[in-house]
Design a protein around this ligand. Structure first.
Ligand SMILES: Cc1cc2nc3c(=O)[nH]c(=O)nc-3n(C[C@H](O)[C@H](O)[C@H](O)COP(=O)(O)OP(=O)(O)OC[C@H]3O[C@@H](n4cnc5c(N)ncnc54)[C@H](O)[C@@H]3O)c2cc1C
Length: 425
């Protein structure tokens, strides 16, 4: 049996894998991409029907291709993003083999490189880039047992309100997914309970500029590391309905019942931490800080942007914050579905290397693993806050491709370079 050999094997053809194709191609690196499903599969099938980008398309894109046929300030749907990534793959002539899963990659003991077992045979690769995504496996905390008399699903399985049984819905998690799903269900006439944890909630637009612009000019997309203690603080934004600020007090005024973090479930009763107020207040403080930082930037840069006093108006305290409910009997409340918008985890179990922490996180520096020849792309905070997003991963892809080219140049050196004599010899 002949074994296929390749210099660099990229695993995964989401936005990370496709961005890397452009840079590896420019560096002249021989490479191949294996994708177990289709290009941009996550955007096609792992998002709810109405999902749109969190940022407008002038921003949420790769630098070298605009979203033709879309207005720059538009928030486009998930399928439009998938089409865009496919278009990009064609543009950069990405060598993607779809429908091929990488099952394992084992480093050779006697030489550089890896023996890679795929669903379509064995491949030997000198280098591997794992571009398999930060949002691979849905995580549901073990709070409500599987046999409980309520339907449970992760936000990754949610599609639209009609998919759910009649009745009220408990949404756990108030990051962008949970907040947007709660908003959608509430607008569809469902009774919605929303369990709110710590979050940041930037203004959608302020003084005529979208928050993606403000975070850009304030250097916040390029922050290199999370502030200690903010690891569990999610960001709550929405591009839905033309884009609006995610304001939990507004949601409450529209009928959503806010609750603290979900802690336990027994005998049909969900219990919550008494922190809804604290979490909403902290989100409001983050919002106000962002306005202050924006004003300070505009003043120091001499920008003549229109003032926006309405942005500082706040919604009144809803009853669910002044007199919080700490437990809910799901039958009494008519809750038939719990949607866990509680995040994702990565899975690198196919990589048979000793280069992960106890919790399975890659040990790396800007995507360069401690295992020689192994690289990662698309990791949260790989080099900066923007690393998991379309516009951010492109820069990390360039960095990784450049490093691979440098390593290839070292490997090509044969040790016979002429020694240049000193000038006075
Ligand atoms: C709900 C939600 C909304 C988001 N909205 C935005 C947004 O508006 N703007 C934005 O910029 N970002 C957004 N993101 C973040 C990010 O852009 C997406 O998650 C994006 O899909 C990540 O791209 P990726 O290429 O890193 O990973 P993925 O898109 O997950 O691609 C990884 C690919 O690897 C393949 N794969 C995995 N394992 C193997 C294997 N063993 N062998 C072969 N192939 C394999 C998978 O099939 C997949 O196609 C959002 C994320 C979520 C969860």
């Amino acid at each position: 049996m002949t074994v296929e050999k390749i210099d660099t094997l990229v695993v995964g053809a989401g936005q990370a894998g496709i961005a890397l194709c452009e840079h590896l191609g420019q560096q002249g690196v021989p490479f191949l991409v294996l994708e177990k499903s289709r290009i941009a599969e996550a955007w096609r099938t792992s998002r709810w029907d109405a999902l749109v980008t969190n940022g407008p398309v002038w921003h949420d894109r790769f630098p070298n291709l605009e979203f033709k046929d879309n207005a720059p300030d538009e928030f486009v749907g998930k399928d439009r993003v998938a089409d865009y990534i496919e278009e990009y793959a064609s543009m950069v002539k990405a060598p993607v083999r779809t429908g091929v899963e990488v099952l394992s990659a084992v480093p050779f003991e006697d030489r550089a490189g890896f023996r890679v077992e795929t669903s379509d045979g064995i491949i030997e690769a000198i280098r591997i880039v794992a571009a398999t995504g930060a949002f691979q496996h849905p995580v549901i905390p073990p709070i409500v047992e599987q046999g409980a008399a309520v339907h449970q699903m992760h936000s990754a399985a949610y599609r639209n309100p009609n998919q759910l049984a009649d009745g009220a819905v408990m949404v756990v998690g108030a990051g962008s997914s949970g907040a947007q799903i709660a908003d959608e269900l509430n607008r569809a006439g469902r009774k919605v309970f929303l369990s709110v944890g710590p979050h940041d909630r930037p203004p959608r637009r302020y003084r005529g500029r979208d928050f993606v612009w403000w975070l850009g000019v304030l250097g916040l997309w390029d922050l290199a590391a999370q502030e200690p203690g903010t690891e569990h603080v999610t960001i709550s934004v929405s591009g839905a309905y033309g884009g609006h600020t995610m304001d939990f007090r507004r949601l409450a005024s529209e009928g959503v019942t806010l609750l603290g973090r979900t802690e336990t479930f027994a005998d049909g009763v969900l219990k919550f931490a008494n922190d809804a107020r604290k979490n909403v207040d902290a989100g409001d403080a983050n919002y106000a800080q962002m306005l202050d930082a924006a004003d300070a930037y505009a003043a120091s840069a001499g920008l003549d942007l229109p003032l926006d006093p309405d942005a500082r108006k706040t919604w009144p305290d809803p009853d669910c914050l002044t007199d919080p409910q700490l437990s809910l009997d799901i039958n009494e409340m008519g809750i038939t579905t719990i949607i866990w918008a509680t995040g994702f985890k990565q899975d690198f179990s196919w990589l048979k290397v000793d280069a992960f922490t106890e919790t399975g996180a890659p040990i790396h520096q800007r995507g360069v693993s401690k295992e020689p020849g192994l690289y990662f792309l698309g990791l949260p905070w790989q080099s900066r806050r923007g690393s998991t997003f379309l516009w951010g991963v492109w820069h990390d892809a360039k960095f990784v491709a450049d490093l691979i080219a440098i390593q290839r140049a070292y490997a090509d050196y044969d040790g016979d370079a002429a020694i240049v004599p000193a000038a006075d010899e």
